[in-house]
Design a protein around this ligand. Structure first.
Ligand code: ZN
Length: 83
């Protein structure tokens, strides 16, 4: 599962089967962020099952584990100076 943050409340999730879904945080900010109604996903599973699909779970886990990094904030190796 590969997760890319699109904007503040949207995440692109590429599943292990290669399909891409968009998970959105719909919460108002004053509730439990893991409350399932606050997350939406456009995968088939989330449309007929109540509760969080695995994509929303993956996004929540990534946020909890602080695994979402902007590329700009990744530590860069210092360039080797030739002198
Ligand atoms: Zn999903």
């Amino acid at each position: 599962m590969k997760i890319t943050q699109l904007d503040n409340d949207a995440y692109e999730v590429v599943s292990d089967s290669g399909k891409t879904y968009t998970v959105r945080y719909e919460g108002s900010g004053d509730g439990d962020p893991e409350y399932c109604a606050m997350w939406s996903c456009d995968c088939p599973a989330s449309t007929y099952r109540s509760g969080l699909c695995k994509h929303a779970h993956a996004v929540i886990d990534a946020i909890d584990n602080d695994e979402l990094h902007d590329e700009e904030t990744e530590p860069q190796p210092a360039p080797a100076l030739g002198f």
